[in-house]
Design a protein around this ligand. Sequence first.
Ligand SMILES: Cc1ncc(COP(=O)(O)O)c(C=O)c1O
Length: 401
Amino acid sequence: MLNLNDLYSNRAKRNAGSFLRQIFPRTREPGVINFAGGLPNPDFFPIEPIIAATEKAMRMDGRETLQYGMTEGLLGLREWIADRYARQGLKVTPDQILITNGSQQGIDLIGKVFLDPGDKMVIEAPGYMSAIQSFAMYEPQFIGVSLNEQGMVVDELADTLKQHRVKLMETCPSFQNPSGLAYSIATREALAKVVSQHNVVVVEDDPYAELRFMGAETKSLQAYLGEQVITLGSFSKIVAPGLRLGWTLASPEITRKLTLAKQLVDIHTNLFAQRVLFQYLLDGNIDGHINQMRGVYLSQRNAMVDAMARYFPPETVFTKPEGGMFVWVTLPEDADAMALFNLSMDTEKVAFVPGVPFYTDGKGKNQMRLSFSTQSPAKIEEGMQRLGRVISSYLDAPSKN
Ligand SMILES: Cc1ncc(COP(=O)(O)O)c(C=O)c1O
């Protein structure tokens, strides 16, 4: 008698699952060089310091650590995060910080707190796939705003905010997933000027902010827009994603609303993980670790963009990121990156993510995301040589399908 389709909510029926999970089995085939994931490089996880931090935290505070905790999160950890913003000259207090189960949970909580079905929200085009899917559960009407080399196209944003009553804007201003682009200082200033004239909240989804390996530092959108921004931070890319620890930084008023929403979801973020991480931050060398990661990603990034310049046909265009983990490739208008993905897997065994799922309106057919973070420079060189061959033979074929 059981017919689950009659029982599932419309929301669950609409959620088709992550496109990455659909292509994941193919990326695990033997011999594949995988540029599809967005994972940090596991060779550099601080395993020994985290073992030491775990032992110390449990011996010092075992009882509190294994007990229920506050929804807001461990005070020491929130103070540490607040202090870190002082490096940018930002005054942040712990009551503006909520510890979340990764920044992904922050995205979901913001959707819960701000979105009713039909509400309009701006999303970068292309944008972070899991934010699109997560917000989609709250049934907003997405409006894409394009990106260029300087970040979001502010004139387009200004027109959009004039024409539509937008409630929420999702941005990833530092080394964006998927494009690797960063908003310049001029873009941040211009965006702030436009946004401050509207009743809209900006989500600054910022897990890669500390992974700049070249170019001038920029400040968080908080510095420009203050309480109009919710910044999402994460330890996933600077320590380890398995900890599932991130945070929201917002006004005390918004933080309270997010905290109430979170309380009903999971009471609080895993206190054991919070306490271990806090000990690691106190005793370990987090700045040295981040510097090491910047060096590693820089050499991987250089290997990728240099090899693309050598092996990709001249009609392909790609970003040259100054931080983060991603390069975004644009093929000629009539190319189909999904067909190219299948061809690439069948012939040269190189995986990447085709562009369509990064948009909310079917664009991106001729685009693709590659991550350099988990492959050695030698593998990247080989992978780009193979992919260059696939792209050339695909573009040369009389009928592309
Ligand atoms: C732009 C962006 N936001 C949020 C996340 C989620 O990160 P986490 O939940 O691990 O903090 C990611 C992960 O790849 C991301 O790329």
